[in-house]
Ligand binder design. Structure first.
Ligand SMILES: [Fe+2]
Length: 314
């Protein structure tokens, strides 16, 4: 169950309207690394999680992400509204009136190119900053904590970076304060997911099947130029925890057995048998393909008959 608390998690203030920056903030509203995607990722993981502490943490964070969706939504609304002294804005609700009257010329080009202003009015729509609609494809839950927690850590890292970039471009001191709070919570969530992953015994590799031991600790030197060591191998082996062994490139499989495929375009020597091709690839009969008219449906309406007559005249 979710409860509605009328307060925001953190105070959102905006100094002045800025539709251009509002459009950028949509990235964290309906974008792939945004707050809705984060909430849906952790809800879908938490609902299916049988480990009570982990389930609790996932659902707490998912709920918090919805609070962040609310906050970034309020930032966007604040950036769209608030044009001083614009009567039409009071009626229309937003900055739309001002730039229709030519008072915010600097934003006109952006606004006319943005469905945010036209279709969303003064409220945010579930799109990213380029207007691409939010999609469940952003949610990469796979239903295994060892894979999902790693993905969660990466998702929080990406969200932190996006907030960082928004803060860099943010000209609004008050909005920057709220964005900094949101960025900070991404750091906190990342540490929570890291702790949850570390709390799982034998947390590597993900999944249940044991890997083939012949290949688990081998580093294939695919970029070899004849040298006996490579910088890449030195890098991955520097911690000494996994004990990789350097190996020549591995080509241990047989060459693929190529199927005997007929050419897709008929040659002059062997013209394409259309009937055979149709039988092999389609349920459509050759008769239908060759352009016969579909059978007219039986009709008792006199209007239909007159329409049919008028068609024949043409
Ligand atoms: Fe987060």
């Amino acid at each position: 169950m979710l409860l509605h608390n009328k307060k925001l998690q953190y105070t959102v203030r905006v100094d002045e309207p800025n539709p251009a920056f509002a459009k950028m903030c949509l990235e964290q509203f309906g974008g792939k690394d945004g707050e809705l995607a984060a909430a849906m990722r952790y809800f879908t993981q938490g609902w299916a999680e049988s480990d009570v502490p982990r389930r609790d943490m996932l659902l707490d964070i998912a709920t918090e992400e919805l609070s962040h969706l609310e906050m970034i939504g309020q930032i966007i609304i604040g950036l769209l509204k608030g044009s001083k002294g614009a009567l039409i804005d009071e009626v229309e609700g937003g900055y739309l009136g001002d730039f229709i009257e030519g008072k915010q010329e600097q934003y006109q080009q952006l606004a006319w190119n943005s469905s945010q202003a036209i279709l969303g009015g003064s409220g945010p729509r579930l799109t990213d900053s380029m207007g691409v609609p939010w999609t469940a494809a952003y949610v990469d839950t796979i239903g295994h904590p060892l894979a999902d927690l790693r993905s969660d850590i990466a998702a929080e890292s990406r969200a932190k970076i996006v907030y960082e970039r928004l803060i860099k471009y943010c000209p609004d001191t008050s909005a920057k304060d709220a964005l900094t709070f949101l960025m900070t919570r991404e750091v906190a969530h990342q540490k929570m997911f890291e702790a949850a992953l570390a709390a799982i015994e034998n947390n590597f590799p993900p999944g249940n099947l044991a890997p083939d031991e012949r290949f688990t600790h081998t580093y294939f030197e695919e970029s070899s130029d004849g040298a006996t060591t490579s910088a890449g191998f030195d890098l991955v082996n520097s911690q000494g925890l996994w004990q990789f062994e350097l190996s020549d490139p591995h080509a241990g499989g047989e060459e693929p057995d190529l199927p005997d495929v007929k050419p897709s375009v008929a040659s002059a020597d062997e013209p394409l048998d259309v009937d055979e091709a149709l039988r092999a690839t389609s349920r459509v009969t050759a008769g239908q393909i060759s352009g016969e008219e579909p059978a007219a449906p039986a009709s008792s309406a006199s209007g239909s008959k007159s329409k049919a007559k008028s068609r024949k005249k043409h």
